[in-house]
Design a protein around this ligand. Sequence first.
Ligand code: F6R
Length: 609
Amino acid sequence: MCGIVGYVGAGNAQDIILDGLSKLEYRGYDSAGISIIESGKMKTRKLSGRLGVLAGSLEKDPISGTIGMGHTRWATHGAPTDDNAHPHTNGKGTIAVIHNGIIENYRPIKDELLALGYKFKSETDTEVIAHLLDHYYEGDLLQAVFKTEARLRGAYALVVMCESSPDEIIAIRHESPIILGVGEGENFIASDIPAILKYTNKVVYIENKDIVRLTRSGYEIFGEDRKRIDRQVRTIEWDLESATKEGYEHFMLKEIYQQPSVISETINRRLDENGSLFLENIAIDEDTIKLINKIYVVGCGTAYHAGLVGRYLLQEFLKVDAQAEIASEFRYSDHYIDDKTLVVIVSQSGETMDTIGALKAAKAKGARILSITNVVGSSIARESDDIFYTWAGPEIAVASTKAYTTQLTAFYILALYFGKLKGTLEDKCYDEILAELKTLPGKVEASLPAFAEKAKAAAQEIKDSKSIFYLGRGLDYYTALEGALKLKEISYIHTEAFPAGELKHGTIALIEEGTPVIAVATQQSIYEKMVSNIKEVKARGAVVTGITRKRNTDLSEVADTVIYLEESFNIFMPLLSVVYPQLLAYYTSLAKGNDVDKPRNLAKSVTVE
Ligand code: F6R
């Protein structure tokens, strides 16, 4: 979603802001803009297209100044045009605002402003804020911001500057995330840490409904009651290097190859000196876990797919009813939830609007909230009773890979830990499963080179396909869902996942001569059934790639190509079987000449409903 960078200090604001915005490109955007106060005058430049278009214009005709803000826009209200790009200004161009999120009540405010004679240049919801600020401004920007903010409904992060106050930037956080970077004689505001990490690793997570005023010499934060409040300054431990490609052609490829090490990290951080599991940030004890009589696992997209596997594990190990739900559905549904319900929230970014909405809805009904997230201090982490950090490091590619496998790892650990705590998992099983879990990073590592070779070749075969199908049963169906999502989101080929047994109830009509079908068949108890389903699609002309365990050599008699996985327990197969589909999606996108890391229409962090 939109990227925000604000700077006030002694440095060249234009360079710092452009550099910061470039670090946020992964969020997805379609236009970019900047406002800088140059010799006492607000100058705003904004253009549709990539950041390079704006940078090119600024190179030819720079704006020099030491206070400014920039924005990359992901269109919601109005097409990605120059006029709709941010910053938006009042009529005189002296007050500028950038915004991430949606102003839900912008329509009546716009009507009111039109009646007062204000003229609008864009189709955006954001422009009303610039005019409202103008309306309320009486020489004190902070007071004008307080009055303006009180009028707004929706989710937003806003940054505001005014020509008459050339030493201050004011930012508001309301549901949409924003962070403050604390420097020496300079301060920063941004929608995400990579934007400012080159300049400072001291960060304040702005809390929901806070307003922050930053100047060259310091900053003040005002809480919801608009009284001054202190917020903790945190030191970011990861460096910018972990947010760069490190020699890989794309972030996605780097992140796929990082999986062995980040899965290890996720496991090793939970092992005590005896090799047993311990969980910090999780306060659920034996009594609490025994009281839980219902579990919901909630997330969006890839996180939801991890949740499907997680639901299975929790139900199996804790012997309690568990359900996985899509966050945007769950938040508006009428589930029976009470204080005996555990809701497990899964979100890489910790900032997905629908997932936050689901969390809040469940919390309001009394559920205990355990979140699995990758971002320390994210909104979801802060709203939760218990937190499991996945320690995957920053995931930059829009298509999620290492976040998924570390989310799976989190579920293995949680199910084991809670199963033991509750007494529903025997010690012997616990020991065997934990021992096997520790071997997974090595198994993923061992499979990567051969999978990459095979995926590269297969990409050439499938890149011009009209439709592709993934099939699976049980846990394999969840891998099929994730494999299909990966392929469609970056190759733009229509790809669907089906429970293999369901095909003949309609979908098999779509199979024709040459249709690629990828069949995941790792669950031994239903392996024969998968073989029959593969035969059904083969008989109708499908070209089948099977993904199975090493021992099932007979699959080569039925499928055209077989990808063999390292042996492991059934429950661990989702983690091993997803790696080939990730690589297949990557190489197919590459073969089609697509922007692998930044696929069209998508954003990394979905902070609107
Ligand atoms: C797909 C993908 C998305 C995210 C989804 C949730 O590759 O990345 O489907 O999984 O938008 O995002 P988080 O996990 O940040 O809540």
